[in-house]
Structure formats: structure tokens, C-alpha cells
Write a protein that binds this ligand. Structure first.
Ligand SMILES: [Zn+2]
Length: 115
């Protein structure tokens, strides 16, 4: 799902997307020029590998994510939020979702046997 920056205004715009059994649901809202605030929750199921035995198993995340999406290169700093840059004038929610899933999966997870 790709949403052009120019379509985002100050009214929160809801979105939701699914990838396998995982889902990301949230809102996009223009924060200031060239910056959009994304607030979302990641739920459902994500397959991860146990860091001890390597077995795959599913976890059920309930992860809140909040960051700014920048239309192009972001110069400067934001006190409150991390900033993710997008380079084609669109917010690529699939790409954001993929990297959030990868981030969750890269944590240390232990399966039932190894806990
Ligand atoms: Zn294990």
C-alpha cells in the first residue's frame, strides 16, 4: 500500500494492512511540512526463530509504533520521534510494515521448550 504525501492532511487517516497473519493498523496525519506522523499497532502472528534451538514458532505481538515519515531527505532533528525517509513522494506502508516485522523478529525470542 502506497499513499502519496500530498494526500495526507491534518485529519488522521486510518489505514490497515495484512501480511500473512500479521496486521498493522493505525493512522497517518500531517505533522508539519514534509513530515507525516505514523501511529500504528502491530498485531496478529509473526513467525520467529528461537534464539537457542532455532525452531520456528509464532509470537503474537502487540506493539505500538510511532514515528515520522519524511518526504525526501530529512535535515535536522526531531526531539520526540524517529524519522523514516521516503524518496518517491509516497509513503510505502508495505516497506514500513516489512521493516517493523523484521525488527520484531530480530529480537531474542525463546520457544516454549527453551524458556
Ligand atoms: Zn527453542
Amino acid at each position: 500500500m502506497q499513499i502519496p504525501f500530498r494526500r495526507i492532511n491534518a485529519d488522521p487517516q486510518p489505514f490497515s494492512l495484512h501480511k500473512g497473519a500479521a496486521e498493522m493498523e493505525g493512522i497517518l496525519r500531517k505533522q508539519r511540512f514534509g513530515l507525516v506522523l505514523l501511529e500504528a499497532t502491530i498485531k496478529g502472528k509473526i513467525e520467529v526463530d528461537c534464539y537457542r534451538c532455532g525452531d520456528s514458532f509464532a509470537i503474537m505481538p502487540d506493539e505500538k509504533v510511532e514515528f515520522l515519515v519524511s518526504d525526501g531527505v530529512f535535515r535536522g532533528q526531531d526531539e520526540q520521534y524517529d524519522v523514516v525517509e521516503m524518496h518517491d513522494g509516497v509513503i510505502d506502508l508495505d516497506e514500513i510494515f516489512d521493516s517493523e516485522i523484521a525488527l520484531i523478529a530480530s529480537d531474542y525470542h525463546a520457544c516454549d521448550k527453551c524458556q
